[in-house]
Write a protein that binds this ligand. Structure first.
Ligand code: MN
Length: 198
Protein backbone atom coordinates (compact mmCIF):
# COMPACT_ATOMS: atom_id res chain seq x y z
CA UNK A 1 0.00 0.00 0.00
CA UNK A 2 1.33 3.44 -0.91
CA UNK A 3 -0.31 5.27 1.97
CA UNK A 4 -0.63 4.21 5.60
CA UNK A 5 -2.10 5.74 8.73
CA UNK A 6 0.58 7.40 10.88
CA UNK A 7 0.23 6.76 14.61
CA UNK A 8 -1.09 9.59 16.75
CA UNK A 9 1.93 11.38 18.26
CA UNK A 10 0.26 11.33 21.72
CA UNK A 11 -2.37 9.42 23.67
CA UNK A 12 -5.94 10.11 22.44
CA UNK A 13 -6.75 11.64 25.83
CA UNK A 14 -3.67 13.89 25.82
CA UNK A 15 -5.48 16.93 24.42
CA UNK A 16 -8.31 16.89 26.97
CA UNK A 17 -10.17 18.95 27.99
CA UNK A 18 -9.72 20.84 24.71
CA UNK A 19 -10.41 17.82 22.51
CA UNK A 20 -11.96 14.66 23.93
CA UNK A 21 -10.30 11.26 23.66
CA UNK A 22 -13.36 9.86 21.88
CA UNK A 23 -13.14 12.53 19.17
CA UNK A 24 -9.47 11.74 18.58
CA UNK A 25 -10.08 7.98 18.53
CA UNK A 26 -12.83 8.28 15.92
CA UNK A 27 -11.22 11.09 13.95
CA UNK A 28 -7.86 9.36 13.66
CA UNK A 29 -8.87 5.70 13.63
CA UNK A 30 -11.97 5.96 11.45
CA UNK A 31 -12.04 9.21 9.47
CA UNK A 32 -8.33 9.57 8.73
CA UNK A 33 -8.10 5.83 8.04
CA UNK A 34 -10.91 6.17 5.50
CA UNK A 35 -8.93 8.78 3.52
CA UNK A 36 -5.86 6.51 3.56
CA UNK A 37 -7.96 3.59 2.32
CA UNK A 38 -9.66 5.78 -0.27
CA UNK A 39 -6.33 7.03 -1.62
CA UNK A 40 -4.93 3.50 -1.96
CA UNK A 41 -8.12 2.18 -3.54
CA UNK A 42 -8.15 5.00 -6.07
CA UNK A 43 -4.53 4.32 -7.05
CA UNK A 44 -5.55 0.70 -7.67
CA UNK A 45 -8.45 1.80 -9.87
CA UNK A 46 -6.18 4.12 -11.85
CA UNK A 47 -3.73 1.26 -12.37
CA UNK A 48 -6.58 -0.97 -13.56
CA UNK A 49 -7.76 1.74 -15.95
CA UNK A 50 -4.26 1.96 -17.45
CA UNK A 51 -4.05 -1.83 -17.75
CA UNK A 52 -7.38 -1.96 -19.54
CA UNK A 53 -6.80 1.17 -21.59
CA UNK A 54 -10.19 2.35 -20.38
CA UNK A 55 -10.21 5.87 -19.02
CA UNK A 56 -13.99 6.34 -19.06
CA UNK A 57 -13.99 6.85 -15.27
CA UNK A 58 -10.89 9.04 -15.18
CA UNK A 59 -12.53 12.35 -14.25
CA UNK A 60 -14.19 10.85 -11.21
CA UNK A 61 -11.03 9.00 -10.19
CA UNK A 62 -8.94 12.17 -10.39
CA UNK A 63 -11.40 13.98 -8.17
CA UNK A 64 -11.49 11.09 -5.70
CA UNK A 65 -7.70 10.86 -5.65
CA UNK A 66 -7.33 14.57 -4.85
CA UNK A 67 -9.99 14.38 -2.13
CA UNK A 68 -8.45 11.39 -0.38
CA UNK A 69 -4.75 12.20 -0.74
CA UNK A 70 -5.34 15.80 0.38
CA UNK A 71 -7.37 14.46 3.30
CA UNK A 72 -4.48 12.18 4.27
CA UNK A 73 -1.96 15.04 3.97
CA UNK A 74 -4.03 17.47 6.03
CA UNK A 75 -4.87 15.03 8.81
CA UNK A 76 -1.24 13.86 9.06
CA UNK A 77 -0.28 17.51 9.56
CA UNK A 78 -3.16 18.29 11.93
CA UNK A 79 -2.05 15.68 14.48
CA UNK A 80 1.51 17.02 14.42
CA UNK A 81 0.31 20.61 14.71
CA UNK A 82 -1.21 19.88 18.13
CA UNK A 83 0.46 19.01 21.42
CA UNK A 84 -0.60 18.67 25.06
CA UNK A 85 2.23 21.17 25.72
CA UNK A 86 0.98 23.56 23.02
CA UNK A 87 -0.73 26.91 23.08
CA UNK A 88 0.65 30.38 23.61
CA UNK A 89 2.31 32.25 20.79
CA UNK A 90 4.97 31.59 18.18
CA UNK A 91 8.49 32.85 18.81
CA UNK A 92 11.46 33.93 16.74
CA UNK A 93 11.44 34.13 12.94
CA UNK A 94 7.91 32.76 12.62
CA UNK A 95 6.56 35.35 15.04
CA UNK A 96 8.39 38.09 13.13
CA UNK A 97 6.98 36.92 9.79
CA UNK A 98 3.45 36.79 11.23
CA UNK A 99 3.87 40.31 12.65
CA UNK A 100 5.21 41.55 9.32
CA UNK A 101 2.59 39.97 7.07
CA UNK A 102 -0.55 40.05 9.21
CA UNK A 103 0.10 43.11 11.36
CA UNK A 104 0.57 41.11 14.55
CA UNK A 105 -0.28 37.75 16.06
CA UNK A 106 -3.72 38.84 17.26
CA UNK A 107 -4.71 39.97 13.76
CA UNK A 108 -3.42 36.71 12.28
CA UNK A 109 -5.27 34.66 14.88
CA UNK A 110 -8.48 36.60 14.25
CA UNK A 111 -8.22 35.98 10.50
CA UNK A 112 -7.46 32.27 10.85
CA UNK A 113 -10.23 31.85 13.42
CA UNK A 114 -12.69 33.54 11.07
CA UNK A 115 -11.46 31.41 8.15
CA UNK A 116 -12.09 28.25 10.19
CA UNK A 117 -15.45 29.25 11.63
CA UNK A 118 -16.88 30.50 8.33
CA UNK A 119 -16.05 27.53 6.09
CA UNK A 120 -19.23 26.71 4.19
CA UNK A 121 -19.94 23.00 4.50
CA UNK A 122 -16.83 20.97 5.28
CA UNK A 123 -13.29 22.28 5.10
CA UNK A 124 -10.18 23.58 6.80
CA UNK A 125 -8.17 26.68 7.45
CA UNK A 126 -4.45 26.65 6.77
CA UNK A 127 -1.49 28.92 7.36
CA UNK A 128 0.74 28.33 4.35
CA UNK A 129 4.06 29.56 3.01
CA UNK A 130 3.55 30.73 -0.59
CA UNK A 131 7.01 30.46 -2.17
CA UNK A 132 6.47 32.59 -5.29
CA UNK A 133 5.54 35.68 -3.29
CA UNK A 134 7.62 34.48 -0.34
CA UNK A 135 4.88 35.24 2.14
CA UNK A 136 2.55 33.66 4.64
CA UNK A 137 -1.07 33.29 3.55
CA UNK A 138 -4.19 32.04 5.33
CA UNK A 139 -6.23 29.72 3.14
CA UNK A 140 -9.82 28.62 3.57
CA UNK A 141 -10.05 25.14 2.07
CA UNK A 142 -13.32 23.49 1.08
CA UNK A 143 -13.43 19.70 1.51
CA UNK A 144 -9.69 18.89 1.60
CA UNK A 145 -8.39 20.46 -1.56
CA UNK A 146 -10.55 23.17 -3.06
CA UNK A 147 -9.28 26.78 -2.95
CA UNK A 148 -5.77 25.72 -1.96
CA UNK A 149 -2.85 27.45 -3.70
CA UNK A 150 -0.67 25.22 -5.83
CA UNK A 151 2.86 24.91 -4.47
CA UNK A 152 2.08 26.50 -1.11
CA UNK A 153 3.49 24.66 1.92
CA UNK A 154 1.01 24.14 4.76
CA UNK A 155 2.46 24.98 8.17
CA UNK A 156 -0.60 24.96 10.44
CA UNK A 157 -4.01 23.48 9.64
CA UNK A 158 -7.29 23.42 11.54
CA UNK A 159 -9.96 20.88 10.65
CA UNK A 160 -13.40 22.49 10.40
CA UNK A 161 -15.33 19.35 9.45
CA UNK A 162 -18.11 18.56 11.91
CA UNK A 163 -16.46 15.22 12.76
CA UNK A 164 -13.57 17.23 14.28
CA UNK A 165 -15.71 18.76 17.03
CA UNK A 166 -19.41 17.87 16.97
CA UNK A 167 -19.24 15.10 19.59
CA UNK A 168 -17.95 17.62 22.14
CA UNK A 169 -18.91 21.07 20.91
CA UNK A 170 -22.09 20.24 18.95
CA UNK A 171 -22.85 23.20 16.65
CA UNK A 172 -20.46 25.57 18.47
CA UNK A 173 -17.61 25.54 15.98
CA UNK A 174 -16.23 28.83 17.32
CA UNK A 175 -15.72 27.26 20.77
CA UNK A 176 -13.82 24.39 19.17
CA UNK A 177 -11.53 26.82 17.35
CA UNK A 178 -10.84 28.73 20.56
CA UNK A 179 -9.93 25.42 22.21
CA UNK A 180 -7.58 24.51 19.36
CA UNK A 181 -5.47 27.62 20.01
CA UNK A 182 -4.69 26.12 23.45
CA UNK A 183 -3.03 23.08 21.90
CA UNK A 184 -1.24 24.48 18.83
CA UNK A 185 2.30 23.09 18.70
CA UNK A 186 4.16 26.27 17.71
CA UNK A 187 7.50 24.44 17.76
CA UNK A 188 6.19 22.15 15.02
CA UNK A 189 4.84 25.10 13.02
CA UNK A 190 8.15 26.97 13.38
CA UNK A 191 10.12 23.93 12.20
CA UNK A 192 7.91 23.68 9.11
CA UNK A 193 8.27 27.43 8.50
CA UNK A 194 12.08 27.26 8.68
CA UNK A 195 12.14 24.32 6.26
CA UNK A 196 9.77 26.06 3.84
CA UNK A 197 11.61 29.37 3.84
CA UNK A 198 15.06 27.80 3.70
MN1 MN B 1 -11.07 15.47 9.75
Amino acid sequence: MTYSLPPLPYDPAALEPHLSARILELHHGKHHQAYVDGANATLDKLAAARDQGDFASLVGLQKTLAFNVAGHVLHSLYWQNMSPDGGGRPQGELAAAIDDQFGGFDAFRAQMTAATVSVQGSGWSALVWEPLGRRLVVEQIEDHHNHSIEGARPLLVIDAWEHAYYLQYENRRAEYVEAIWNVVNWDDVATRFAAAVG
